[in-house]
Design a protein around this ligand. Structure first.
Ligand code: GA4
Length: 298
């Protein structure tokens, strides 16, 4: 069963001279939405890599930069003020602690459900956003992560998140949901794990969205699409801000390999489970745990 990371093509690595001690990966699959081959290229990218970059996405740059500056406006407020918006159980403002089981990272973040935004805007049917994006009972969320350049925070706290000399902003994990759509500023730090047990850096591009395959999509495609293990390292010179949409199904949705993706003669690799069952188990897990193994057929 997958989870081993994407295939490594050594020729796609270049060394960088910044503070992040890693190889910059130049082979990120790109999908131009105006290209008639877009759907074929997407499938290929999900099968071979688990991540792709979306060009010509049509979202106005001003919309994204406005959202980014509003987020920074929030994160530059006094700590006591920000704390009022927390704790993130499961939604709200959080700092350093990730999830309920002791994972720590060098970041602060806001976790929203899309409905909260509609509520805040006093829209009566508060599922307008999620209904547009997925079914009206979908369990999607938006996360805004702020990774201060490490010198901005007290040095004494660093030890919590140090690993192999790297300051971990967000520890290694796969995303649980179906798909994650990420937009980050120009700071380096996002890394993905390749088959050859190597971490490579994804070159930032603030004009694009990055799409990452989540665990549920791996199951529904019976392992054809790989949920990609990734992490974020802290940058010492520039802070990182990322806006991430996690698209999840309704809680009672049954998740299993789609029959059409399990050709006759091939085995279904996973037992059926509900998104609620996955989530209950996930919230008892540590960030780096393999959350799919319990649903694999033995
Ligand atoms: C990882 C992806 C998303 O950021 C998230 C995270 C969630 C959290 O931060 O509360 C989890 C983590 C994420 C996976 C396992 C559980 C749940 C922390 C944790 C230890 C919002 C999500 O859906 O799963």
């Amino acid at each position: 069963v997958p989870h081993s990371g994407a295939a490594l093509d050594e020729s796609l690595l270049v060394n960088t001279c910044n503070d992040i001690p890693s190889n910059m990966f130049t082979g990120v699959p790109e999908v131009d939405l105006s290209d008639p081959r877009a759907k074929t290229l997407m499938v290929k990218a999900c099968q071979n890599f688990g991540l792709f970059k979306v060009l010509n996405h049509g979202v106005p740059v001003e919309l994204i930069t406005n959202m980014e500056s509003e987020a920074l406006h929030f994160f530059t407020q006094k700590q006591s003020h920000k704390d009022h918006a927390g704790p993130p159980e499961p939604f709200g403002y959080g700092t350093r602690k990730i999830g309920p089981n002791g994972d720590m990272g060098w970041l602060e973040y806001l976790l929203f459900i899309l409905e909260l935004m509609a509520d805040g805007l006093e829209i009566e049917t508060n599922n307008v956003f999620s209904m547009m994006i997925r079914g009206e009972r979908s369990d999607s969320c938006l996360r805004i992560n702020h990774y201060p350049a490490c010198s901005e925070l007290e040095k004494g706290q660093k030890a919590e998140a140090l690993s192999g000399g790297n300051l971990i902003g967000f520890g290694e994990h796969t995303d649980p949901q179906i798909i994650s759509i990420i937009r980050s500023n120009e700071s380096e730090g996002l890394q993905v794990f390749l088959e050859a047990e190597t971490w490579v850096s994804i070159p930032p591009d603030q004009t694009c969205f990055f799409v990452i395959v989540g665990d549920l999509l791996q199951v529904m495609t019976n392992g054809k699409f790989k949920s990609l293990k990734h992490r974020v390292l802290t940058n010492s010179s520039m802070s990182r801000l990322s806006l991430i949409y996690f698209g999840g199904p309704p809680l009672d949705e049954k998740i299993a390999p789609l029959p059409s993706l399990v050709p006759t003669g091939e085995e279904s690799l996973y037992k059926e489970f509900t998104w609620q069952q996955y989530k209950t188990a996930a919230y008892k897990s540590r960030l780096s745990d393999n959350r799919l193994s319990r649903f694999e057929k033995s």
